[in-house]
Structure formats: C-alpha cells, structure tokens
Design a protein around this ligand. Structure first.
Ligand code: CMP
Length: 140
C-alpha cells in the first residue's frame, strides 16, 4: 500500500466539547503521522472555497454556519493508505450510521454536526492539504 497524505478537520462541535485530545490520541494509536496541524477559525469565504463541491446544495448554508461557529483543528495526516484509514477511523458521514467506537459515533451528534472531516479520495486530499497548508512552511 502506498504512503499517502490526507486532510483532516476536528470540527467546531468536537473542539468546543474538549474532544480534540481524544481524537489526536486516536490518530496516534492508528499509527498515522501528523505532518501539519493548526487551530484556525474559518471565515465564510474560506469555507466556501474548501467545500466548493457542496456550495449550492440544500444543506450548504447550515454547513457553513456550523463550520464558522468556532475554532477547528486542521491537520495533514500521513501513512500507508492514510485516506481510507482516516475515513475508517471516523466512520460514515452520518453518526447515526457509524459503528461503535468510530469517532463520529463517539463525538458526532447528527449528519450536520459530525465532529470530524476527512478527504474522500486522492484528488480531494491533494486539493484540501494544499488549500490550507504550504509545502514550504507548514508540512514537516
Ligand atoms: P464532511 O465530511 O465534512 O463533508 C461535507 C459535510 O456536509 C458533511 O461532512 C456533513 O457534515 C455535512 N452535511 C450536512 N448535511 C448533509 C447531507 N444531507 N449529506 C451530506 N453531507 C451533509
């Protein structure tokens, strides 16, 4: 399996509830390396650029209001098969459908407040890592 980089967010609900440490522990326990990490507050404009595939969908206004309501932790994770492994750790988008022990089951409350984000494929990972992190200054 190839070594990959993926992009992750600990969303405002999980940061506010004090779950960042447990989520970072799960990342370490899974053997994923953190290549970049920052606490940031998204603006509507930054959110629109990041979620450009979803702008115009019915749920987008709610998504933007949620993602800009408080600070988030943004991360670049690296490891063999990192994209799928991070998605497996999170569980499906809807916490109601997530398996016991997954991060979204543990810390999400519903599909619109689901604690974490992860890139869904290699193309989005490349876009999302590059959207927030500079190869020259942020990635170690
Ligand atoms: P995320 O993986 O960050 O990608 C887009 C987000 O939109 C998703 O998590 C959900 O939190 C949010 N969302 C809200 N409603 C829906 C919906 N009906 N379908 C898909 N995503 C939704």
């Amino acid at each position: 399996m190839a070594v990959e980089r993926t992009f992750a967010i600990i969303k405002p609900d999980a940061v506010k509830a004090g779950h960042s440490g447990e989520i970072l522990s799960a990342i370490h326990a899974a053997g994923l390396a953190i290549r970049a990490m920052r606490l940031v507050r998204l603006t509507p404009r930054i959110c629109q650029g990041f979620y450009h595939e979803h702008v115009g969908k019915g749920f987008y206004p709610e998504l933007e209001a949620f993602m800009t309501e408080g600070p988030v932790v943004i991360l670049c994770l690296e490891g063999e098969g990192a994209i799928l492994r991070w998605r497996d750790l999170m569980g499906p988008t809807d916490p109601a459908k997530a398996p016991e022990g997954s991060l979204r089951k543990r810390f999400g409350t519903h599909i619109g407040r689901n604690a974490t984000h992860g890139s869904d494929r290699a193309e989005s990972a490349a876009f999302e890592v590059g959207y927030f992190f500079s190869q020259a200054f942020d990635l170690v």
